[in-house]
Design a protein around this ligand. Structure first.
Ligand code: ZN
Length: 179
């Protein structure tokens, strides 16, 4: 088993700030448990967060959010990064796009990436696509990702499962797998 836990966009603006998502509350304790289990079993933890600059194309759609160097772009206090965790910046949906994630995963010999965070149908989906294109296996705990609506969440899970061979699972099952 060569897993990594990739935590996407669990920053203030996505949870309670500019793009607040009340449905994210449900996944916070699950992500916390996954991160703790990963630390206990030496599974790499990689936070990948939007760190936008004003010229970023994506801001035309969403408005300014998770801007680099702002409080809104900081990881939420309830899922703090700890010593030994990796933190990467990204500038659009995919955690792979023009980031060092791929080379990091390769150096760690990772095969399966457990993707959690926001949003199921946007960043988790695009990150799963890029994982699939590069030969990684995306594993998605359905209670570790969320969207603005139940329909968007379900839609994201279905898409990842159908198109990227995503394994849709539960946080508890992943915690058990890392014991
Ligand atoms: Zn963004």
């Amino acid at each position: 088993m060569n897993d990594a836990l990739v935590i996407v966009d669990m920053v203030n603006d996505f949870v309670t700030g500019k793009l607040a998502c009340p449905r994210a509350e449900r996944i916070i304790p699950n992500i916390r448990r996954l991160a703790d289990a990963a630390r206990r079993s030496d599974v790499p933890r990689i936070y990948v967060n939007d760190a936008h600059v004003p010229s970023d194309f994506e801001l035309k759609i969403w408005g300014p959010h998770s801007m680099k160097g702002t409080k809104g772009g900081e990881i939420i206090e309830r899922i703090p990064a700890r010593k030994g965790d990796y933190i990467l910046d990204k500038r659009t949906y995919s955690a792979f796009f023009e980031t060092s994630l791929d080379s990091l995963l390769r150096s760690l010999r990772v095969e399966d990436i457990v993707i959690v965070g926001l949003h199921t149908n946007i960043c988790a989906r695009h990150t799963s696509a890029d994982a699939f294109f590069r030969g990684y296996h995306p594993v998605i705990p359905e209670d570790g990702v969320e969207s603005f609506t139940e329909a968007a969440h379900r839609d994201g899970l279905d898409y990842i499962k159908t198109n990227y061979l995503g394994e849709i699972t539960a946080a508890e099952d992943v915690v058990r797998r890392w014991k």
